[in-house]
Design a protein around this ligand. Sequence first.
Ligand code: BGC
Length: 859
Amino acid sequence: MKHLHKSTSASFFAFVNAALLPVLFACALLTAIRSAAQAPVPDSPAIEAKARAMVAKLTLEQKIELIGGSPTTMGTIPMPSIGLPSFRMSDGPVGVRSWGPTTAYPAGAALAATWDPALMRMEGEDLARDARARGVHFLLGPGVNIARSPRTGRNFEYFSEDPFLNSVMDVAYIQGVQSQGVIATVKHYALNSQEFNRHNASSDADERTMREIYLPAFEAAVVKGHVDAVMNSYNQVNGVHATQSDFLNLKVLKGEWGFQGILMSDWDATYDAVGPANNGLDLEMPSPKFMNVQNLVPAVRSGLVKESAIDDKVLRIVRTALRYGFLDRPQFDPARSTYSVSDRAVALQGALESITLLRNQDHLLPLDPAKIKTIAVIGPNAYPAVTGGGGSSLTTAFEPVSTVTGIANLLGPRVSVLYSRGLPESNDFFQQTNWAGGIKAESFPSSDFTGMPVVSSPKFIADWRPDTRGPEQKSPRSIRYTTAFKADKTGKYLLLAAAANDDVRKVFIDGKQLEADRLIEGHTPQAWPLDLHEGQTINVVAEYLPHDSVNHFALGIAYEPDLISAEARQMAAAADVVVVAVGFERYSEGEGHDRTFTLPWGEDALIEAMAAVNPHTIVTVTGGVGTDTRRWLSKVPALLQLYYPGQEGGTAVADVLFGKQNPEGKLPVTFDTSWTASASYPYFYPVKGADTALHVTETDGHKVDYVIEHINYGDRLMVGYRYWTTTGKHPLYPFGFGLSYTTFSFSNLKVPATAASGSTVAVSFDVTNTGSVAGAEVAQLYVSDPSAKADRPERELKGFEKVRLAPGETKHVTLSLDARAFSYWDTSAHKWTIDPGKFVLRVGDSSEDTPLHADLTLN
Ligand code: BGC
């Protein structure tokens, strides 16, 4: 990997026009001065004086204009009178996506699975160079929200379920990005660990839960990473929108952590003018919907908002721009390629290090290419490449490598590579349904199925267009479909219904409404299993309320075994090995909605069908986190978790399957046995009956209603492995787990018997590669505090190191534990505290497998 480490200073400066060197040098020096400090420090007196002089030249109106984004470009507005250009922004976090095609790097969960902060830093540097090639000043990443539940739609963009792992990775990412003269934006602050009703849902958590689980990654980003931008989330926290939370923004972020940079809103995450203006929001994005001249000038004049609060925001923007040298040099760097082989190499390295081998019965893997004549690569995720999940992080990659093409590239022409999707596309499914007796479609000129309907008889109910939105609906419509389905075989059927987000759909079978999963509504077809017997006819009624002027509704029923194509079965039977590529993709896992725990429809059946005809069936799953494997896991010998591997995913999968890469990814999340067994299950949904209508009055007197849904973070500290290890139950696969083609052992743990409370404690041990091939192990250090006065999770990750070892090689590892590693948040004193007494330190390769342990007493 060494060759991939592009030296930060050498290569960066080599790219830059010599005329700019003095300016850049001054800028780099400032960054270095800031990074050397423990916590953020104020800018130099020179920057401070210049910023103040610039701001002093602005009128109140101009200052207010500067704290809202540009309605026409993705960025800030310019202020030519003081020489301030417009600053360009781009998503983030896994590629510079907003200005055309780009390199698609592995998603956050994949990067966390590498447990490799050096790689993370390198990716940060690369992302920033991609940003400079596009003149981008702000990269909207990293995303560091906690993967509280396997159903959270954006887990894949974030890192992990653990605050320590998140912190280490985000600091490396931020330092990489910012070292190249690009501002990193850590998001979404805070407690945005679910997507449903994201504008209004309130994440209700007690302070200890926030401090110990949900805030540390942001704290590290500010205090250790010196991040220069933070993005507030959409949601409310304990009933207050993040963008106007005194606690989050003023007390904690800018107060305790000393954040000196710019706090921006998520896109349209403001809901008021005065609240955000007074509670720390510096920049409203993407446009000044609330924090505008019309609202804030009167608010300042009447004393509702102090002018000094506006000045503080503008000063932060100007100071940050000066700190980065944005006024003295172009952000566009023509010496930096928009696309390059070195980008591809970094993206590939991330994918190679992240892929996690979860099951490998009888050492089926690695495969020996010499022994394979035919390989079948089957499944919806085999081709085209699934580089990322859906939403604002999804990039258009220049040349993504699919699993099929990656395998074919590796094997060359000698081996026959067979490919089939194996399952129909959703639209084919809808168009293949054999409705009995036709369909009656009644379109009513109202939103409640009243009035004189226009009646038609379509052959199918197949209007789902996931990428199309119509203009807002001017005159309301409601559509009722009445039909029937007759089963010609006895067995399992699948009913699929799809509608666009914000549409309302209801399906009734024989008069009984099917319960809809509103967490996933809209973005992917929802499946309901039906058990029918031969000759049985069911009456089907669907009621649909479109949100815009285009219909997006589709409905179909199929006999489940018939979903699997005959071609796929034939290929699997003929092949030496089958790779079934399944999992989530942009519609089934992404921004704005949560996801199912089960695989997308038909995929369980596809795996079963392939395993039934070929015992050498390897499953690869694309997805941010765990999924339900119960139907098929025992029937397949091998399972690989790919997360979202970015554009080089196919090459990386092939390298792992054929042993060119020894798998070294380790799970950044626990894989729960089932959704109901997940720690988040009882608490993921909004609290029933607690919905309240909140009336927010804007400064212009206009009233807006919000329905807040309260999500009780009642699982408190018991997130992921904290829950499983504390309850003594066992998950499917534990946090930190991942197999290798070699084996490792741990020995020789050395921990002092006693130490002073608050001191740094050194922990050392040996890791040995006891197998016959080179490989990498992640040594994980967990701390338990059995004598704490407060209840604490049974163990918590407080250190780790990735170790690369040749066969037979041993490395001595030393990790240090600072005071925070032993502390918990004292809810009455409102501070971190250590209870002196016994601690247990455990070392191993997952949260469950910690062969070494030693006691330590803190005095
Ligand atoms: C997302 C942010 C993103 C922003 C700009 C929002 O919908 O939540 O993560 O940075 O859009 O695209």
